[in-house]
Design a protein around this ligand. Structure first.
Ligand code: ZN
Ligand code: ZN
Length: 226
């Protein structure tokens, strides 16, 4: 039997449980994902998990430059496993599925003018071959009709991976990391698309640059919140 025939007769299987599935994840695994935004009390600004809905201590000390964060998932199993596969194992099917699920769960009110995926530095982009945030944004654009721009913002500093740094180092690491190439005047409300939000330092820096470029409002839509 040649391998093409083999591929043809084998049903596709769920990435998590291995059951036969026409999608990357079967219906049961999809329903069991750790949904964050509807199920968990969180900070109205940064979506950090709280005991009751409100403002976290960090946002009380200093209000973030963005208005609101929507995080679709909590960064726990199996979302961590899916995102690692998506970022480091070239699994674009997983990213496409996560983007579709994001689009189904996002509250699109008020409707933004443009979606901007958090840019990768050119060097990192060459290494990985794609920007995971852009791949998440594509199905969101497709399902919501909100346009997408991945050229207006640029990452000009090839920063060290945030995950290897302390909170203070994260902040310093990202100062001056982004620049804005061009912003049309009708972009008044921007949404930044990110894969994983940990302390929020990355989106904070990027949101600041966008506000300096004359935008009125910046929101954050991230796939998973730590
Ligand atoms: Zn499954
Ligand atoms: Zn907060």
């Amino acid at each position: 039997m040649n391998r093409y025939f083999h591929q043809f007769i084998l049903p596709q299987s769920c990435f998590l449980c291995g059951d036969s599935s026409t999608q990357t994840l079967c219906t049961a695994c999809l329903a069991d994902l750790p949904y964050h935004n509807h199920n968990i009390a969180s900070c109205i600004y940064c979506a950090e998990t709280l005991e009751t809905e409100g403002v976290c201590s960090k946002c009380q000390t200093q209000s973030p430059p963005y208005t609101k964060t929507q995080a679709i998932f909590s960064y726990i199993y199996p979302i961590d496993k899916l995102i690692i596969a998506a970022k480091f194992d070239q699994n674009l099917a997983v990213l496409n599925l996560l983007g579709k699920v994001m689009a189904q769960h996002l509250i699109i009110e008020p409707r933004p003018d443009i979606l901007i995926p958090v840019p990768l530095h050119a060097k990192r982009l060459r290494q990985r071959g794609y920007n995971q945030s852009l791949e998440l944004a594509k199905p969101i654009t497709k399902q919501t009709g909100i346009p997408l721009d991945y050229k207006a913002c640029k990452r000009i500093k090839n920063t060290r991976p945030q995950s290897s740094l302390s909170a203070k180092q994260r902040q310093n690491n990202l100062v001056g990391a982004f620049s804005v190439r061009r912003f049309p005047q009708h972009w008044q409300h921007i949404v930044l698309i990110d894969d994983v939000m940990t302390t929020g330092t990355t989106v904070t820096e990027l949101a600041k640059v966008c506000l300096e470029a004359g935008v009125q409002r910046v929101d954050v839509w991230c796939c998973a919140r730590r």
